[in-house]
Design a protein around this ligand. Structure first.
Ligand code: BTN
Length: 245
């Protein structure tokens, strides 16, 4: 089974500074079709959220950027794209027989309490419309050595190597499926995202202004999370909360 547009075409690179950066440059230089993907075996300056680096050992993991034109989304609704992409990565991980997959707000993919994938989305907004998005995905496939203590990979969980290309083909199918659902039924994306939310309903510590115990109740369309705290219910955006390990 193949996709209709995600991964068509796919530009395959041996090494690049960052697939997101390559995608941004590609978009600025030429006409491009929605679904174009950049897949690289290695990155020398892989980027994560909050100005962090994304390190990945050469040839072992999936590093990609997908170029989309989600012009059916308004700027204030753009978090829904993040939800859909996270669901697609989570579904890909589950489809290889891995249990206990969840999405940690905003869009880290976890297996039990360890991160297996991260997503960095960069949007271009014109007026109220999201004209283009670069969805950067780093998914740990065969790396065992040099992983952070709080990270995992397919190989760590399953015990065997997987072909990054096979994982990529499956990921493209899931990305297309969730993106189409986002277009036709965004409420389903919101519901599915909230259903599989990491730490939902479990009391734990968060840093708001100060460290505090709270229970994550759910995430809203705009990306704000609702917490139950000793001072009542509170809504926070991602920049106002830090997870405590
Ligand atoms: C995070 O969890 O902080 C997001 C990590 C995103 C990493 C991917 S790897 C492919 C793409 N290119 C980049 O430079 N970053 C994203």
């Amino acid at each position: 089974m193949t996709t209709n547009f995600v991964g068509q075409p796919t530009i395959r690179l041996k090494t690049v500074d960052s697939t997101n950066k390559y995608a941004a440059n590609f978009m600025s230089l030429s006409e491009w079709s929605e679904g174009t993907a950049i897949l690289s075996e290695h990155q020398t300056e892989g980027r994560g959220r909050k100005d962090k680096n994304w390190n990945s050992s050469a040839g072992e993991n999936l590093l990609m950027s997908l170029m989309l034109k989600p012009n059916f989304l308004l700027a204030h609704e753009v978090f829904q794209l993040s939800m859909a992409m996270a669901l697609a990565v989570g579904a890909t991980v589950s489809s290889f027989g891995i249990d206990q997959v969840s999405v940690k707000w905003p869009n880290d993919i976890y297996v039990e309490s360890k991160k297996i994938a991260g997503i960095l989305i960069e949007n271009q907004v014109r007026g109220q419309i999201v004209v283009s998005s670069i969805v950067g995905i780093g998914l740990n496939v065969n790396q065992i050595n040099g992983l952070d203590d709080r990270a995992t990979s397919f190989k760590k969980v399953l015990g065997n190597d997987l072909s990054v290309n096979v994982v990529f083909d499956q990921l493209c199918l899931e990305l297309e499926k969730q993106y189409q659902t986002l277009r036709s039924n965004p409420l389903a994306i919101l519901e599915d995202y909230n259903e599989g939310l990491y730490a939902k309903g479990i009391p734990r510590a968060y840093v708001f202004n100060e460290i505090q115990n709270a229970v994550l109740i759910g995430v809203e369309r705009n990306g704000f999370a609702r917490f139950s705290t000793s001072e009542g219910e509170k809504h926070y955006d991602i920049d106002s909360v830090r997870w405590v390990w």
